[in-house]
Design a binder for this molecule. Structure first.
Ligand SMILES: [Zn+2]
Length: 88
């Protein structure tokens, strides 16, 4: 019985060695599909001046765990001010 286990271990060792020594013969995963390109030309609304603008051109800013896009930093700053004022 011990001999059988030994034989099995030798076989297992040989199998692992073969797998390690010859990579690419099996268990090779194909490269990930890189065709997944995100859509950039989504229109977003500036919450301060109510202007629609392309997402990639907007100034992204996370306010109260919500993502907003602004047409300019001036709008962002003014919007932040109005939020600050409304909290009082
Ligand atoms: Zn604006």
């Amino acid at each position: 019985m011990r001999l059988l286990i030994l034989c099995f271990l030798i076989y297992l060792g040989y199998w692992v060695f073969k797998k390690w020594a010859l990579p690419g013969q099996s268990s090779t995963t194909p490269p990930e599909d890189v065709a997944l390109t995100p859509v950039d030309d989504v229109m977003v609304k500036d919450p301060f001046c109510q202007t629609y603008l392309p997402k990639k051109q907007g100034i992204k800013s996370v306010i109260n765990e919500k993502t907003h896009y602004f047409c300019s930093t001036t709008c962002r700053d003014k919007y932040l001010e109005t939020i600050k004022d409304s909290k009082h």
